[in-house]
Design a protein around this ligand. Sequence first.
Ligand code: NAP
Ligand code: MG
Length: 477
Amino acid sequence: MTTDHNGSLVNGAWLTKGNVFKNINPAKPLEIIGDFLTASDTAIADAFTAAERALKSWRQTPAPVRSDYLLKIAERIEIRADRIGHDMALEEGKTYAEAKGEASGSAAQFRFAAAMALQPDGATVQARDLKTALLMSRVEPLGVVVCITPWNFPISIPAWKIAHAIAFGNTVVWKPAELTPLTSIHLAEAIEEAGLPAGVVNMLLGHGSEIGQKVLSDSRIAGLSFTGSNTVGRQLGVAMAERGIPTQLELGGSNSSIILSDANLDIASREIANGAYLSAGQKCTATTRVIVESKVCSEVIDRLQVFASTWKVGDPFDSDSVLGPVASLSQFDRLVERLAPIKDFQVVAAKEMNPDNGYFINPRLYKGLDQSNNIFATEIFGPVICIIEAENYEDCLQVANNTEFGLSSSIFTTDMDKALNFSSESESGVVKINKSTTGNEIHVPFGGHKQSGSGTSEMGWAAKEFFTRWKTVYFGK
Ligand code: NAP
Ligand code: MG
């Protein structure tokens, strides 16, 4: 553990009091990483007071100056990327290599948002009315925005929300996930080191079920950007809608990859194993359903079985570990329980270890599943591939779209017509051709369709849509 603090950051000050919660190493659950402090009701109220006060000057701060702050934050993240990667692997369980990559990607998010802050903020148009000298529309920040983020990308998701929120002049109250306080503190420290004015970004530590309601009951909230589960997201979305507060929800998925018989099966299998198994399958974009044309189904299974049976599941710091543990005991228990019923089907790879020795779940490969299997009703969120056979491209497409989710999808084929058709017919927000469903560039929009998201997309040029609103100004002669 390499941070200097263990409490929330409110109005530029690190809190040192609060109820203690423990941070557990999922690879060695008997090892407590450290004690962290839950934000009190007073701290929560203070965070909004600070954000509201800071908003007055931050929204007036010239965009080029805000942009400079973002570049400094990027620099501070980059400087500590190794430490962030270390602490993220320790508390969340993804491999050190993946964690370090995520930290560096987060610095890039701030650099991108720094550039976006310099883009035109509106347009002038000519009025029909001759008594109007100037007619213009400009975007303004929303105000104090709340960002609520999950543990599975504990720095990149907060980074892409916070970077764009502050780039466009908002101030932030951020509630990170309880499972990853260390990584969250790293980001808050980087922000502090960059000299961002006090109160522009406030971070509140604590369990969602304990402090979430208090955070979201504050009357000063101008917007909510939430990433997490469908259950929590929908519930918060309803509460915000009742209060007329703009809300952006990025939720779960049940992502599919189609393999057609003309595909390069070596590329397809590797990409799918990466998409399903890395980060122990705990990515919102993780590949779950693999829909294969019958002709090549057994060849695909043979190839995937090699990955499922040889990829090492182990400590995130062992250089030969491909998968670390899942992030928590509740994740572990949920998966074990969830996957038990499908043992009736042919389980190709499944051996569970004792959770006391780490929350390790071996990569799973199931075949012979029907698209209507109950397992697909909700997100799996673990290292699981479910093979569904289909007769031809049209059937594959039907199965791929036969879900209430719509986050990410992919197709493996050398047929350009089918690839193009899939890119338009796939009902998901991200579509990949001959690539895994996971992994996103930071400078393009990202967001789920159907039940996987609502509100405007995040990232890229789309990020501005959520964090700003239009104002039209008429200048009479
Ligand atoms: P979660 O349980 O919904 O939690 C998400 C965040 O909400 C956490 O900070 C959580 O706090 C907080 N929270 C929980 N209950 C709350 C309440 N009543 N009021 C306010 N905040 C509350 O999701 P998770 O298990 O952390 O994350 C995994 C989920 O996120 C998966 O479904 C995954 O697909 C989804 N996800 C989606 C995307 C996307 O972009 N579409 C990206 C990544 C992850 P605590 O953690 O402290 O409880
Ligand atoms: Mg932990």
